[in-house]
Ligand binder design. Structure first.
Ligand code: FCB
Length: 468
């Protein structure tokens, strides 16, 4: 970027600006008003699973402080706010009776957003599966997908008259492979074929939810994926093979059934006998591939992969991610505190490539993008998070380059409004544009919040026109 380029990238009229959060990461109030336990309660309370033993018991206490958080959103000037509904608040046991008090919370939140002129974008599943369903097999079993449809109906019945945008699942890659194969996330399992079954059942749950949402008259329906921009470490046949397997694992498991009506071509070569398809039934692809109004994409960093020997010799114990690929990092760039390389051009390339591969892809919303930084509070009481401002500015420029190249992107949500519980990494990773002091729950808008506010304001009808 040259010093002369304008501070704010420019997006077409009608472009949506927003911020995103997720229930378990911010709400707290883990046992209030009838909420049942989720797999993340169990996992975070198991010694050794999260950094420092962090849990979401209190998190940002958003369940009680949401009016203050909505006021921050109003001041920011966002068009939309993406939040997730906690399934165990709505159905404490994951099926059967609906807990009206749980729905009341999302009802109040929705109304206060609308009062502030902000349109809600609701994610139905951001990883907090009711523990009672995990006890009955979790995503390994097909019934969980059926229960998800029942839960979706309960939520849309209550909020459907006021919520325009619906996201069925957030990053099913993480719910399946990180949760059931790598075991880094809840429920912390390390399995092979069963992990592949979870990916299939999540897609099926998505398809059932799309049907339930359509029947209820929902206006805009999509799914959020974390598709990856992946490159091979070299052009050797071995590394290109690793690239193909990694593409299957990260991308094609999702894009092929959702947008091309088929299962990934390279699954046998990727997983061998693990991919036995025993969990599939005739007709599933039609359910999964129901037309969508948009696709949500989360982008943080690119991946580079290299061939590697399988580390688990026993095929019965070999997990679904142990496919002979290791990640390397050739980027001579800055890394965020997550250890992720900062490569904005990869964002443009991902979007341009995806659209070339899937010309019929529905319009795109960037449902998450942001960076974790080592923020500090300055003596003046402010948080001067210059690295985050640069990250957001460069990624928004990369996004605007993709729009210029013809990619149909309609919106962008910063991850995240607040510092929050970063899953297995606990509270050490701060992604917020608003700082949260976890001792006092005090919120302090960071410089990045003020920068994003300026960017949004520059797009308002009465703002002076900027050069691109
Ligand atoms: C994504 C998750 C989100 C957050 C960011 C940093 O994978 O969807 O909840 O943790 O990463």
């Amino acid at each position: 970027m040259t010093a002369a380029s304008p501070a704010f990238p420019v997006f077409p009229p009608g472009f949506t600006f927003g911020t995103a959060t997720a229930s378990y990461q911010i709400e707290g109030a883990h046992d209030e008003d009838g909420r049942g336990p989720s797999i993340w309660d169990t996992f975070s309370h198991t010694p050794g699973r999260t950094q420092g033993g962090a849990t979401g018991d209190v998190a940002c206490d958003h369940y009680h402080r949401y009016p203050e958080d909505v006021a921050l959103l109003r001041e920011l000037g966002v068009d939309s706010y993406r939040f997730s509904v906690a399934w165990p608040r709505v159905q404490p046991l994951g099926s059967g009776p609906v807990n009206e008090k749980g729905l009341d919370f999302y009802d109040r939140l929705t109304d206060s957003l609308l009062d502030a002129g902000i349109s809600p974008a609701v994610t139905l599943y951001h990883w907090d599966l009711p523990q009672a369903l995990e006890d009955r097999g979790g995503w390994r079993v097909r019934e969980t997908a059926e229960h998800f449809a029942e839960y979706t109906r309960a939520v849309v019945d209550r909020l459907g008259d006021r919520v325009g945008r619906w996201i069925t699942l957030n990053e099913p890659y993480c719910s399946s492979f990180v949760g059931y194969a790598e075991g880094r996330h809840a429920p912390g399992a390390r399995e092979g074929t069963a992990a592949l079954a979870t990916a299939h059942h999540l897609l099926l749950a998505h398809g059932y939810a799309v049907k339930a949402l359509r029947e209820a008259g929902a206006r805009e329906i999509g799914i959020t994926l974390n598709l990856d921009r992946i490159e091979a470490a070299s052009s050797s046949a071995a590394d290109l093979g690793a690239l193909r397997r990694a593409e299957t694992l990260h991308n094609e498991v999702w894009t092929q059934p959702l947008f091309a009506g088929r299962y990934p071509e390279a699954e046998a070569e990727t997983w061998g006998a693990l991919a036995d398809g025993s969990y599939r039934q005739d007709g599933d692809l039609e359910i999964i591939g129901a037309p969508l109004d948009f696709v949500g994409l989360n982008f943080y960093r690119p991946l580079t992969v290299k061939d590697a020997p399988h580390t688990e010799p026993d095929p019965l114990l070999r997990t679904a991610t142990d496919i002979g690929v290791v990640e390397t990092d050739p980027y001579g760039t800055r890394h965020t505190t997550m250890g992720w390389p900062v490569v904005p051009e990869a964002f443009t390339d991902l979007l341009v490539d995806l659209t070339a591969r899937h010309p019929d892809l529905p319009p795109i919303h960037i449902t998450e993008n942001g960076s974790a930084e080592a923020d500090t509070v300055s003596p003046d009481g402010a948080v001067h998070d210059a690295e985050r401002v640069t990250y957001l500015q460069d990624h928004l420029r990369a996004l605007s380059a993709a729009v210029d190249a013809g990619v149909d992107v309609r919106g962008y949500y910063v991850w995240s409004l607040l510092d929050n519980f970063e899953w297995a990494r606990g509270y050490g990773q701060r992604f917020g544009i608003v700082r949260v002091d976890y001792d006092t729950q005090e919120r302090t808008p960071k410089d990045s919040y003020h920068w994003f506010r300026g960017l949004i304001a520059s797009h308002r009808a009465d703002a002076p026109v900027q050069e691109h």
